[in-house]
Design a protein around this ligand. Structure first.
Ligand SMILES: Cc1ncc(COP(=O)(O)O)c(C=O)c1O
Length: 488
C-alpha cells in the first residue's frame, strides 16, 4: 500500500470540508479503492501503523476499516485487512462501455423547458390570483386548528380519495356554485388539476388512443396527454367553444376530450348549450370521456354563469376538474375531480395503489375555510377586485394599444387574450418585453401541433393594481411600437 499517496489524499480530504479525522481517512481510502489507486488483494497497513503515520488516534483508523469492511471494499483476514474492490477493472469496464447515453421516453420528447423559472410576480403573468390579497392570517388559523385536531392515525397514509371532511365541503360548494350534480363519494381530492389530468389520462386511456385538445390549449393538458402516450388531435375553437367536425368523430374517434367549456383557455369563449349537449351525446356514442376543466369560473364579471356540463346529465361521461390554485393559491397544491358514478369504485380501488395522499392538515384547513364561509367571503372580495382590475386593463389597452390589439370577448376569469392586428410576431415582442421586466405569454405558445396559430398575448390581471396596469400597458405599447406595431 502506497502510504505517501494515502497521506496526501488524507490531508486533501481534511482540507475539503469540516469533517472528522476518521471520516477523512475513510473517504481517502474509499476514493483510492474506487479509482483503482489501491489494487485488489493489497494488504492494508495495520491500524496502529496507519494511525502513527497519519498522526491520528488509532480508533479513527479502526472506524475507517470497519466501515470499508461493512461496505464490502475490504475484508479482515488472519494476515490483515485485504482490499477486495477491483477499482481498475471497474474503470476499464466503464471506459469500454463509454458514457451513459441518456434517452428519455418518447412520451416526454419536446416537453423539456430549458427556461429558468420566471419571476411570477411580474406584470401580466397569467393564471395567478392576487397573492398579496390572500388572507394569510385567516388561513394560518385554520391550519393551526387543523394540526391541533389531528389524531395520530391521521399521520399514516391518508385515503387516496382525500379526507371525508374536505370531500363533503367541496361537494356542497360545487353543487350550489357550479350546478355540479354529485354526492360526496364522487369527489376525489388531488394535488391540483395537473395531477387530476394525469390521473384521468392514465386511468381512462391507453397509449396510442386519440386525445382531443382544444386549439389553442392550456399547455398542462397537452403535457398530461402527451406524457401518458395519447395521440393528440387539435380541435379548433370558435365563438361557441370547441368545434369538432363530423369527420373528426369518424376518422379520429377520441378516448379523451379535454375542454374548458365555461371559459375556453386561453381565448375565453363560453361553450354554447347546443355544443355542450352534442359533445356529451357524441362522446357517449364513441365511448369517450370528457374532461371538463372548470379552472376559473368563480370569477365571472358579467352575465349569468352557465352551469358545468357535468350537470347536464347525472350520468354523463364527464370528469369535472376543479382547482384551489386560483381561488386560494397555487402552492397549496389542492384540487378535486368529480367522477361520474360508474367510475367511482373503479377509481377508488386503483388510486389506492397509484397514489399515497398526504397533507391532512391542509385538507382539514381547506374544509374549515369552506364550511365557515371564509372561502365564499374571499371569493366575493376577489371577484370585485378582479372585475375592477379587468375594467382598468381593458381601458388602458384601448387607450394605448387600441389600434394594434384586438381584445377577445370573455365574461370572466383572471386574464384577457388579445390578438395582434399587425404583422409583428408575438414571440419577438414577448421576448423583448420579458427581458424588460414584463411576463407576457405569446398566444402562439398555446398552439397544439398543426392547429391554427394565433398571434397575440394572454394578459393576466389578477395581481395588477390600478397604477401598475397603466404603467405596464404603456411599457408594452413602447415595445410593440419598437417592433413597428403602432401606427399613430
Ligand atoms: C386552464 C387551466 N387549468 C388548470 C390550471 C391549474 O392547474 P393546477 O391545479 O395544477 O395548479 C391552470 C393554471 O394556470 C389553467 O390555466
Amino acid at each position: 500500500m502506497d502510504l505517501a499517496l494515502l497521506i496526501s489524499s488524507f490531508s486533501m480530504q481534511q482540507g475539503l470540508a469540516k469533517q472528522s479525522q476518521q471520516e477523512a481517512l475513510y473517504r481517502s481510502l474509499r476514493d483510492m479503492l474506487l479509482d483503482g489507486r489501491i489494487p485488489p488483494g493489497t494488504r492494508l497497513a495495520s491500524t496502529r501503523t496507519l494511525a502513527a503515520e497519519l498522526g491520528i488516534a488509532r480508533n479513527s483508523a479502526v472506524y475507517a476499516y470497519e466501515r470499508l469492511t461493512e461496505e464490502g471494499f475490504v475484508a479482515a483476514t488472519r494476515t490483515g485487512t485485504i482490499t477486495l474492490w477491483d477499482g481498475r477493472g471497474q474503470r476499464h469496464a466503464r471506459a469500454e462501455a463509454g458514457p451513459i447515453q441518456v434517452r428519455l421516453a418518447d412520451r416526454v420528447h419536446g416537453l423539456d423547458n430549458p427556461q429558468p423559472e420566471p419571476d411570477r410576480m411580474l406584470p401580466f403573468v397569467p393564471g395567478l390570483p392576487s397573492l398579496h390579497e390572500f388572507p394569510i392570517l385567516q388561513w394560518r388559523r385554520c391550519v393551526e386548528r387543523a394540526w391541533k385536531q389531528i389524531q395520530p392515525a391521521q399521520l399514516a397514509y391518508g385515503p387516496a380519495e382525500g379526507l371525508p371532511e374536505l370531500r363533503r365541503a367541496v361537494a356542497a360548494y360545487i353543487k350550489v356554485s357550479r350546478g355540479v350534480r354529485c354526492e360526496t363519494d364522487q369527489v376525489f381530492i388531488t394535488d391540483g388539476t395537473q395531477s387530476s389530468l394525469e390521473l384521468c389520462a392514465r386511468m381512462l386511456a391507453n397509449p396510442g388512443e386519440f386525445g382531443w385538445l382544444e386549439n389553442p390549449c392550456y399547455s398542462g393538458a397537452k403535457t398530461a396527454f402527451q406524457s401518458t402516450g395519447l395521440r393528440i388531435v387539435p380541435m379548433e375553437v370558435d365563438r361557441e367553444g370547441m368545434a369538432p367536425l363530423e369527420s373528426d368523430w369518424r376518422s379520429r374517434p377520441p378516448k379523451l376530450i379535454y375542454a374548458t367549456p365555461s371559459h375556453q383557455y386561453p381565448l375565453g369563449a363560453l361553450m354554447s348549450i347546443q355544443r355542450r349537449a352534442t359533445l356529451i351525446e357524441r362522446a357517449r356514442e364513441c365511448g369517450a370521456w370528457i374532461i371538463e376543466d372548470d379552472y376559473d369560473s368563480e370569477f365571472r364579471h358579467s352575465g349569468q354563469p352557465l352551469p358545468a356540463i357535468q350537470g347536464i346529465h347525472a350520468d354523463a361521461p364527464v370528469c369535472y376538474l376543479g382547482t384551489f390554485s386560483k381561488t386560494m393559491f397555487p402552492a397549496l397544491r389542492l384540487g378535486f375531480m368529480v367522477l361520474p358514478p360508474m367510475l367511482v369504485e373503479r377509481f377508488r380501488g386503483t388510486l389506492r395503489e397509484l397514489v399515497h395522499r398526504g397533507h391532512p392538515a391542509d385538507q382539514l384547513a381547506m374544509a374549515e375555510f369552506i364550511d365557515t364561509g371564509l372561502f365564499a367571503r374571499h371569493l366575493r372580495r376577489m371577484r370585485t377586485l378582479y372585475t375592477e382590475r379587468r375594467g382598468t386593463l381593458e381601458h388602458a389597452l384601448a387607450k394605448h394599444l387600441g389600434t394594434v390589439l384586438r381584445v377577445r370577448e370573455s365574461s370572466g376569469g383572471m386574464h384577457l387574450s388579445a390578438e395582434l392586428n399587425v404583422p409583428a410576431q408575438d414571440t419577438e415582442i414577448a421576448r423583448q418585453a420579458n427581458a424588460e421586466g414584463l411576463l407576457l405569454q405569446p398566444l402562439s405558445h398555446y398552439r397544439v401541433l398543426d392547429g391554427r396559430a394565433y398571434n397575440g398575448f394572454v394578459l393576466g390581471y389578477a395581481g395588477l393594481t390600478g397604477a401598475t396596469i397603466e404603467k405596464s400597458v404603456t411599457h408594452l405599447a413602447r415595445v410593440v411600437e419598437s417592433h413597428g406595431g403602432i401606427k399613430r
